[in-house]
Design a protein around this ligand. Structure first.
Ligand SMILES: C[S@@+](CC[C@H](N)C(=O)[O-])C[C@H]1O[C@@H](n2cnc3c(N)ncnc32)[C@H](O)[C@@H]1O
Length: 250
């Protein structure tokens, strides 16, 4: 018996790989981790396309129910579906580690991730520094980390993932994220963020209606990106080719 950690991509039910789909079809139980990212289709769309019933795994099911899932995988074929890639910007390495410790066979089926989809904006992936997340200020009123990371990344680009609480239908917008960075700038005064700082906002990457918009903070704050999920890039030093590609999105 095996625990399969399967990336289902970024957009809709058709983004699963052929290999992933074949495995899902033969599994006894299928969990969908639905609290770290968001697809552009519903659980029902996935169920219809996969021809299988899906159990939603919220943060509690996963982080406290790891033992249960591993125990099930000793007796049955279990698929654990993750939006994007199972190991990109998620915490599922815990589940993987526990499976290994309990001698449960684990197979990983990779897929596209936001960490690779941002390649579309034309900034070289190998010129990114540390990725950061911007959490809701209500949970972190004294937040400084994303600002410090942007500062430390210096000439490297910074990808900012934006907080989301899908159970509450709450997704941080690009405007909110920029306002948070501006607030931290007011406090820290290190000259990292100003209304003229060049940023790139991205919405629904990997889907047919994705949006990429590059511009000054003051302009990007006014731009309507539509539905989530969103991420934000603070470019570092630009190579002339990067500059030319960014112009296409301005
Ligand atoms: C914790 S990461 C999960 C990454 C996922 N496992 C993956 O491989 O893509 C989720 C965050 O990435 C960003 N994100 C995910 N998918 C996105 C997309 N299609 N377009 C823009 N941003 C996205 C959002 O900021 C979201 O809050």
């Amino acid at each position: 018996m095996t625990l399969y950690l399967i990336g289902i991509g970024l957009s809709n039910e058709k983004d699963i790989t052929v290999k992933g789909l074949e495995i899902v079809k033969k599994c006894d139980l299928i969990y969908l981790e639905n609290y770290t990212s968001l697809l552009q289709c519903s659980k029902e769309d996935l169920e219809k396309f996969y021809g299988k019933e899906i159990l939603l795994a919220d943060r509690e099911t996963t982080e406290q129910g790891d033992e249960k899932i591993i125990a099930e995988a000793k007796e049955q074929e279990i698929a654990f579906l993750v939006v994007g890639d199972p190991f990109s910007a998620t915490t599922h390495v815990q589940l993987f580690k526990l499976a290994k410790e309990k001698n449960v066979k684990v197979e990983i089926i990779h897929n596209a991730s936001v960490l690779t989809a941002v390649g579309e904006v034309g900034l070289e992936l190998y010129k990114y520094g540390k990725t950061t997340s911007i959490p809701f200020l209500e949970d972190h009123p004294n937040l400084e980390t994303p600002y410090n990371i942007i500062k430390k990344n210096k000439e490297l680009h910074t990808l900012c993932l934006l907080d989301l609480k899908p159970q509450e239908n709450k997704f941080m917008t690009i405007k909110e994220a920029l306002e948070i960075l501006e607030k931290i700038e007011e406090r820290k005064q290190a000259g990292i963020i100003s209304e003229n700082t060049l940023v790139v906002g991205c919405a629904r990457l990997g889907s047919e209606n994705s949006i990429i918009k590059a511009g000054k903070i003051k302009d990007i704050k006014q731009f309507d990106f539509g539905q989530p999920p969103f991420c934000l890039i603070i470019p570092g030093k630009l190579h002339f080719v990067e500059e030319e590609v960014l112009k296409l999105f301005s």
